[in-house]
Design a protein around this ligand. Sequence first.
Ligand SMILES: Cc1cc2nc3c(=O)[nH]c(=O)nc-3n(C[C@H](O)[C@H](O)[C@H](O)COP(=O)(O)O)c2cc1C
Length: 189
Amino acid sequence: MKKTLGAKDILFPIPIALVVSGNGDNANIISIAWIGITGSNPPSIGISLKKNRYSLDLIRQTGEFTINIPSTNDMVKTDYCGLVSGKNVNKFDETNFTALKSHKVKTPIIKECPYNIECKVIKEVEIGDWVLVIGEIVETHVDEDKIENNKISIEKVNPLVYVPTIREYWSIGKLLGKSFNVGKKMINK
Ligand SMILES: Cc1cc2nc3c(=O)[nH]c(=O)nc-3n(C[C@H](O)[C@H](O)[C@H](O)COP(=O)(O)O)c2cc1C
């Protein structure tokens, strides 16, 4: 038997990202759970923001944003950035997050986040009270010490994971297998 749960906030687990908008003294941070890859060529990613978000104004002003994946160590700061608005506080000052220069956009990345993505806006889609902002990914960064045997160590990145259905933060589990690979044994049997 299955129990119906309704249609709200139902997909899980998903990443939780810190999205930076603006630049210089105006740089702002917002916590974003509505995020996902939208295509591979060009590489693109979508973030959905409620229309009244200060971050949306800043993204529209500059046409760019950065996505920063926090580790579990920064859970409290990540939640904080989702509780207060950059209209009222400077979230870089309050969190002590460090704004690092990006390579291809003026909006900074967050040094303390192990994985960072630079984006230039290519499209906006209105969905009710929300705006899906799609950005072309123009650069990505990972901390050097999170690379092991020439690949990103997910254990070291230790990304914060979100379960919106029950409003909980989790950590990632253990490696189970390689994609585009483990299923092959069902083709070749
Ligand atoms: C876990 C979590 C996830 C969130 N996800 C989103 C989201 O995907 N889109 C959005 O517009 N707001 C989201 N929010 C709310 C914003 O982060 C929050 O309203 C923030 O204060 C807005 O900041 P700003 O006014 O500086 O832009 C989320 C908040 C939390 C705590």
